[in-house]
Design a protein around this ligand. Structure first.
Ligand code: ADP
Length: 525
């Protein structure tokens, strides 16, 4: 797996590097300054020692008492920190050395390290600062020491004293060279450096911890929350939200992401609803198309049958009228034997039945042009119901009616529509020979352009295989049925711009739904 440093690691690493760089530079400058200050302090100290030596040896010098002068300087030189004290005269001859007695009398050149400071140029620097007269160097045994050279000036007493031989025009009589050990100074400097380094490291660790903690809290956590949220959204959870706990840019980003997720959720919801409704619409349309196709087929079949039936009925009607007429004449003839009378009456009644069937056939085939007008469906339904209430077969049937308030008038042929309801009521009565419930519900369709009438019975129901055939002419399951009632009703409803549908469950009942158009002027739409 490829190593991918986290944001926090990168930030901590970069900040630590910058911090280490800055603090290192700061430490370097600080330590350098500290050393300079220490050296200045040591030089001032050395100068003070030189001054003390000059002051305390003044009398011995005036008296030219060299023995006590050297003894005094030698005693001072034995002090802990003093490495050596030398007295060098104008000619560079060592008059006194605290290091070795043999040095006395030796001549030191102007290029010697203690002389070179002032004798760099042709004219020696006489009144120069203590810093210019000092130097740090290493002794033969490797010790680091601070050397200071102090000029011994010609005093009025030096050139006028009886014992003295110094010329009055000589301003400097010689120099005192003092070397002081800077071991203590180095020790202190080392301790200070160590303290400084330790403090810097502690500070670095503290700052590092603080930065890590703050970055984790202020950056890492919100970023991780955003990442988790993105993963949830990617997995399809568009209801997920990020908790925006801060008011900074990351807080604003969280809010923006929440807004984005919400919009995404809405869009996806709309898309789903749209897809659902599309699917539903496609299903509805397919169903409608199927129904229309079935209706068309049925209409074509009916039209073809209508022509055939019309021809046959017409042909049968004439002889049938003749048979009925002659049978009626014979029946009233006195010559007819009484014993034959019942048979003759039977011939007349059966012929009448045939005539009725032929009449129905003609009605079916004729497809009379509807005489449309606006009327209330309630009125027609009530009229038909009044008629049926008087029939003995309907006494065992309970009728429930529900008409919507303010139903608009429909626009159709009222006589034809009445015939349709008569046919449906007769069939409902036949389906419930032992009684039952007949519900009649009239309501306005969703778009307000139609009135829907449901006629539901609790009768025997129609088996699935018959449902497709009940509107076909001559389809009947009754012994004395003609199979014309529903096909005539179908033709009527269609001719009046409506639709007839059926729903049925065997053993539970059948519902016929008749949808008829509303009169365009009273739709109230
Ligand atoms: P007929 O009533 O002369 O049989 P129809 O065309 O009116 O002719 O009816 C055709 C067939 O449809 C009936 O024979 C019957 O099987 C069925 N049918 C019609 N209405 C109902 C109903 N309400 N309940 C059960 N079956 C019905």
């Amino acid at each position: 797996m490829q190593f991918r440093p986290s944001l926090i690691t990168k930030l901590t690493f970069a900040t630590s590097l910058i911090l280490i760089g800055f603090m290192g530079l700061l430490d370097y400058i600080n330590l350098k300054n500290f050393r300079n200050v220490m050296i200045e302090y040591a030089v001032a100290n050395a100068d003070q020692v030189a001054e003390i030596i000059s002051q305390s040896t003044y009398d011995a010098m005036m008296k030219n008492d060299k023995a006590s002068l050297y003894q005094m300087i030698g005693r001072i030189a034995r002090s802990n920190d003093i490495e050596h004290i030398r007295l060098i005269d104008r000619e560079g001859r060592v008059a006194f050395s605290s290091v070795a007695e043999e040095e006395a009398g030796t001549v030191v050149g102007k290029s010697a390290e203690m002389c070179a400071m002032c004798h760099k140029t042709h004219n020696p620097r006489v009144d120069t600062s203590t810093m210019n007269r000092s130097r740090i160097y290493r002794t033969a045994d490797g010790k680091e020491v601070l050397g200071l050279t102090k000029a011994i000036y010609n005093q009025p007493g030096c050139s006028t004293g009886a014992c003295h031989f110094h010329r009055s025009d000589h301003r400097v009589l010689g120099v005192m060279d003092i070397a002081i050990s800077i071991k203590n100074l180095q020790q202190k400097s080392h301790e200070y450096r160590m303290q400084f380094i330790v403090m810097t490291c502690v500070l670095l660790v503290l700052i590092g911890v603080l930065i890590t903690f703050l970055t984790r809290r202020l950056v890492n956590r919100p970023v991780k929350r955003l990442m988790r949220h993105a993963a949830l959204v990617a997995s399809g959870d568009l209801k997920a939200r990020v908790a925006a706990t801060s008011r900074d840019e990351l807080g604003e980003l969280s809010e923006a992401v929440n807004r984005m997720t919400e919009s995404l959720g809405k869009a996806s919801e709309e898309l789903r609803e749209w897809a659902d409704s599309l699917e539903q619409k496609v299903e509805e349309r397919s169903r409608e198309i199927q129904q229309m196709e079935a209706q068309l087929q049925r209409s074509e079949r009916l039209a073809a049958l209508g022509n055939l039936v019309a021809g046959i009925a017409h042909e049968i009607n004439n002889p049938l009228t003749g048979v009925l007429l002659y049978a009626s004449i014979l029946n009233t003839d006195k010559r007819l034997e009484a014993a034959l009378k019942p048979d003759m009456e039977r011939i007349i009644s059966e012929t009448r039945r045939c005539a009725d069937i032929v009449k129905q056939l003609l009605e079916f085939s004729r497809e009379a042009v509807p005489r449309k007008e606006s009327f209330s469906i309630e009125t027609v339904l009530e009229k038909v119901m009044d008629l049926f209430h008087q029939l003995p077969g309907f006494h065992t049937i309970t009728v429930n009616k529900r008409y919507d308030r303010g139903l608009p008038q429909i626009y159709a042929d009222p006589n034809q529509i009445q015939q349709v309801f008569v046919n449906l009521f007769i069939n409902a009565g036949h389906a419930m020979p032992d009684g039952g419930n007949l519900s009649i519900i009239a309501s306005r369709s969703g778009d307000g352009a139609f009135v829907r009438t449901e006629i539901a019975d609790t009768g025997c129901g129609i088996p699935e295989e018959n449902l497709q055939r009940i509107f076909d002419p001559f389809f009947t399951t009754k012994a004395d049925g003609t199979g014309l009632g529903l096909s005539i009703s179908y033709g009527i409803v269609e001719n009046n711009g409506g639709r007839i549908e059926v729903e049925s469950v065997v053993g539970k009942g059948t519902t016929f739904i008749i949808t008829l158009p509303v009169n365009g002027e009273n739709t109230g739409a």
